[in-house]
Design a protein around this ligand. Structure first.
Ligand code: SF4
Length: 281
């Protein structure tokens, strides 16, 4: 079990099989759902946390979502039927969000889920850290199909410097920035999020660099600093994994304000009037 938690090198043919049923509808592996999410995109949203992630962010508070190919198997229709029980609360901006883990690990399922959601008139939001992104086929075409039925994406940039990104997550950031730049060039609305961790990401030089980078992007509706917290520590202990940030405390309010200034968060106000597309793009 613990060995599997650290398996970031599952062969691609395993990933290819995820969500692809021998017959019948595609099934996704769902870790859990949140009926009334208020922080997972615009408005009130039904959030599905999909199972599987290849990154190993030192501050990850959901290490129980890392394993690929486990969790509750659900079809898109089952998940949407569940979600629609809360439709009355969604208003003009709410809907469903897929988070994780890393949702893009289950790309086949996501395309099916969001396509069916848009057919039902449900707003779709993707929460991603972008790590699986590639322009290799057939993955890239599927990603484009996903973006065509995604109203907005919450994109985490873990670190602007690829070397530091690798230390923090186990992977460089080149393909992640490539994904963001593709989204910027192709009219995909985004919220950019950055977790502020003392001794890891709270560095003025890199924060300023990240702020400059975000300025080059289009369609950014909101930029958010997410202060690191220690709520996930207990899960590490339960899973028998050493917690990499033992002893690091959440950032102070002053450091959060400093990071917000360096990322110019106040300049991104599009989210205040943002509305989901009524039809597929
Ligand atoms: S990308 Fe998200 S789920 Fe994956 S390790 Fe990082 S914080 Fe955890």
């Amino acid at each position: 079990m613990i060995m599997k938690l650290f398996d970031t090198t599952a062969p691609l043919n395993v990933l290819d099989q995820i969500g692809v049923a021998a017959d019948g509808p595609i099934k996704g592996y769902v870790h859990s759902v949140e009926s009334f999410g208020a922080v997972d995109g615009p408005g009130i949203r039904f959030t599905a946390f999909l199972q599987g992630c290849r990154m190993r962010c030192q501050y990850c508070h959901n290490p129980d979502t890392w394993n690929i190919g486990v969790g509750e198997e659900m079809t898109a229709a089952q998940l949407l039927d569940d979600a629609e029980r809360y439709k009355a609360f969604w208003g003009a901006t709410g809907g469903i969000t897929c988070s994780g883990g890393e949702s893009l690990v289950q790309l086949d399922f996501l395309v099916d889920l969001f396509t069916q959601a848009k057919a039902r008139g449900i707003s779709t939001c993707l929460d991603t850290s972008g790590q699986p992104f590639t322009r290799d086929e057939p993955w890239f075409s599927q990603f484009k199909a996903l973006m065509a039925v995604t109203d907005i994406s919450l994109v985490d940039i873990k670190h602007i410097n690829s070397t530091e990104h690798k230390k923090l997550t186990g992977f460089g950031n080149e393909n992640i920035l490539d994904m963001i730049e593709w989204m910027s060039a192709n009219g995909c609305d985004m919220w950019i999020r950055h977790v502020l961790v003392p001794e890891r990401t709270d560095d003025d030089r890199y924060l300023a660099e990240l702020g400059d980078y975000i300025k080059t992007l289009d369609h950014v509706q909101k930029v958010e600093i997410l202060p690191y917290h220690t709520l996930g520590v207990k899960k590490y202990h339960e899973l028998g994994i050493t917690y990499p940030l033992e002893g690091i405390e959440p950032p102070t309010a002053d450091r959060v304000k400093n990071a917000e200034a360096l990322l110019h968060t106040a300049d991104y106000t599009g989210y205040k009037t943002w509305r989901p597309a009524q039809n597929q793009k």
